[in-house]
Design a protein around this ligand. Structure first.
Ligand SMILES: *Cc1c(COP(=O)(O)O)cnc(C)c1O
Length: 363
């Protein structure tokens, strides 16, 4: 490890979570873990084998770049792009045998032609817009036409829920099912039908259809309200004290001296900052755990470093470990708590951890 600031990923926790998700889904429902954004910060390429070995049927990402990174390491494994791939890049989708989200006749035509050139068919899932208005179409004619291209294998159909409330969710799902029924009348059938992300696959068992797309759950991040599932946070983020300072009462610390010592105090400098993905707005809210004691971050959080108040920690030394995010034991800040303090959601807290801190995997 070339740095003291390290993202630790517990592969056993990810395996455990996958087992729990598969158990919940049952044998009739395929599980497609979503590992976009570098596997929600955990490292997509490194965690992929654990997912493959614990019931994944497919791996989903958001972008072509993410799919190609995985394709390099896993030449045969089924990969799915949830997002839009621009027309000019569709040849890469065909060439690398990636399953693509499709919602326009024009894209189907291009992808079909490219696939025929390569002498194969490209697998696609049709995206239906049931109200989210992000990606997809609700035009039956367009959906039907997409399926008619010779270089296209329409394996699945899916939609995404806005998760407004029970009534709106039901409306979206009913619209989705009505479109499928209409296509089936026209003799178009799909192997996979899916709408459920982490929250809806737990809260609405009836929305699982025959495939679910959990992201957050894989990493032990729960957002469900009605149902429950036993999953464990897989990530922790740790560092070590680089330097101690003894500051006298009234002295300022950091940019603008925004923190001033209320009494003679020992403070520590830690080698992580907002360029590691730690929210800069955690000033006055963030803390790290050192020897089981909560140490508040003081002053402005810098790009690469921050300072903490160590006055409560006995026998503190340079090199002592500080837990930035942990499982809550040892008074560490959990991802859930970090999300609350930073005014965002858990997915953003982990996805924003940048590539700079090295990842360490425990088996
Ligand atoms: C990101 C994403 C998911 C997974 O979302 P979680 O809330 O993390 O489970 C599922 N489906 C689509 C289309 C997504 O973009």
């Amino acid at each position: 490890m070339l740095r003291d600031t390290v993202v630790q990923v517990d592969l056993q926790a990810i395996a455990y979570n996958m087992d729990k998700i598969c158990e919940m889904a049952g044998s009739e429902v395929a599980v497609m873990p979503v590992i976009k954004a570098n596997g929600y910060g955990h490292g997509a390429v490194a965690i992929a084998p654990t997912l493959m070995g614990h019931g994944a049927r497919y791996l989903a990402v958001a972008t072509l770049t993410e799919a190609l990174e995985l394709r390099k390491c896993y030449p045969e494994y089924p990969l799915f792009i949830l997002g839009h791939t621009p027309d000019r890049l569709l040849p890469f989708v065909a060439e690398h045998n990636i399953t693509q989200t499709i919602f326009s006749r024009k894209q189907a035509e291009i992808l079909s032609a490219e696939s025929m050139k390569a002498g194969r068919k490209t697998t696609v899932h049709l995206k239906v817009d049931t109200g989210f208005h992000r990606l997809g179409t609700d035009s039956l004619e367009e959906l039907e036409e997409i399926c008619s291209f010779p270089g296209i294998e329409a394996e699945g159909i899916f939609s995404h829920l806005a998760l407004v409330n029970d009534e709106e969710n039901r409306k979206q799902v009913d619209k989705f099912l009505a479109i499928i029924a209409e296509l089936e009348k026209r003799k178009i059938y799909f192997k996979y039908k899916h709408v459920a992300d982490s929250i809806s696959s737990v809260d609405y068992p009836e929305f699982r259809m025959n495939m679910i797309r959990p992201g957050a759950l894989v990493f032990g991040l729960k957002g469900c309200h009605k149902g429950s599932i036993d999953v464990k946070q897989a990530i922790s983020f740790v560092t070590k004290i680089s330097q101690l300072h003894w500051v006298s009462k009234g002295e300022g610390v950091g940019y603008d001296y925004l923190w001033k010592a209320p009494k003679d105090t020992v403070i520590g400098t830690l080698p992580f900052g907002y360029a590691d993905g730690y929210p800069r707005n955690m000033r006055e809210k963030g803390y790290v755990s050192i020897k089981g004691i909560k140490c508040p971050i003081i002053g402005v959080i810098c790009m690469d470093q921050c300072m903490v108040d160590l006055s409560e920690v006995p026998d503190v030394s340079e090199g002592d470990t500080a837990i930035i995010y942990g499982n809550g034991e040892d008074n560490s800040m959990t991802i859930e708590e970090a999300a609350k303090q930073a005014g965002t959601n858990k997915n953003e807290i982990v996805a924003r951890i940048t590539a700079r801190p090295p990842r360490k995997y425990s088996e």
